[in-house]
Design a protein around this ligand. Structure first.
Ligand SMILES: CC(C)(COP(=O)(O)OP(=O)(O)OC[C@H]1O[C@@H](n2cnc3c(N)ncnc32)[C@H](O)[C@@H]1OP(=O)(O)O)[C@@H](O)C(=O)NCCC(=O)NCCS
Length: 182
């Protein structure tokens, strides 16, 4: 069984990006991301309503890091500490050497290859440092931008689950992508 340890926090660099720990100074940006119906369209979670909610969300992410049950990074460009997005490994399954990756980015930065750049680096981190055997991503079948990201990063579609999730009065389909370490 794998054992995860996110202390010290792994700050990660890519060509253009710095992936760093999210803190309370990011509350406004977290609010912008998680209150925006556009960025949340395919993420079946309640919209954040105010800064208080955003701080709670940050505390929840921080708690996962210190208890080693999940990790999120704030996405920034190297020349500015402003948080543009969030990416992380959620739902770690140490017994299966597997983790789920998820991400979101502020709309003004879409279409610049930022998420593929971050995902590609985190795939390496997942396999080389966390010693994962597989990484999964679960998306809405209509989230074509996210699907493109996964294709670009080598993920393979494994399943389309029909009406498998009940959220906000509706049954939602979900598509499972995965990538094996080989
Ligand atoms: C999905 C998401 C993370 C993609 O990140 P990204 O850094 O924009 O990814 P890319 O730059 O590789 O763009 C992916 C595709 O998005 C599409 N796209 C979306 N908005 C675009 C824009 N404003 N300009 C250009 N392309 C855009 C393009 O088709 C692009 O594909 P292409 O490179 O083949 O043209 C981002 O759209 C997002 O944050 N969406 C909302 C949150 C979300 O759905 N998260 C995923 C949950 S599973």
């Amino acid at each position: 069984m794998l054992e995860f340890n996110f202390t010290p926090f792994p700050v990660i660099e890519t060509e253009r990006l710095l992936l760093r720990r999210i803190n309370n100074d990011d509350a406004n940006e977290v609010f912008e991301l998680r209150s925006n119906p556009e960025t949340m369209k395919f993420i079946p979670r309640p919209l954040v309503k105010d800064t208080e909610d955003a701080l709670e969300h940050i505390a929840m992410m921080e708690d996962k890091i210190v208890t080693n049950v999940g990790i999120n990074w704030g996405i920034t460009l190297k020349d500015s500490s402003k948080l543009l997005g969030i990416i992380g490994y959620y739902r770690l399954q140490p017994e299966n050497y597997r983790a789920e990756i998820g991400y979101m980015l502020a709309p003004e930065y879409h279409g610049k290859g930022i998420i593929p750049e971050a995902v590609n680096r985190l795939i390496r981190y997942g396999f080389d440092d966390l010693k994962l055997h597989s990484i999964e991503a679960i998306i809405d079948p209509e989230n074509f931008a996210s699907e493109k990201v996964l294709h670009k990063c080598g993920f393979v579609k494994e399943a389309h689950l029909k009406e498998a999730e009940f959220y906000d009065g509706r049954f939602l389909d979900k598509v499972i992508y995965s990538l094996l370490d080989n």
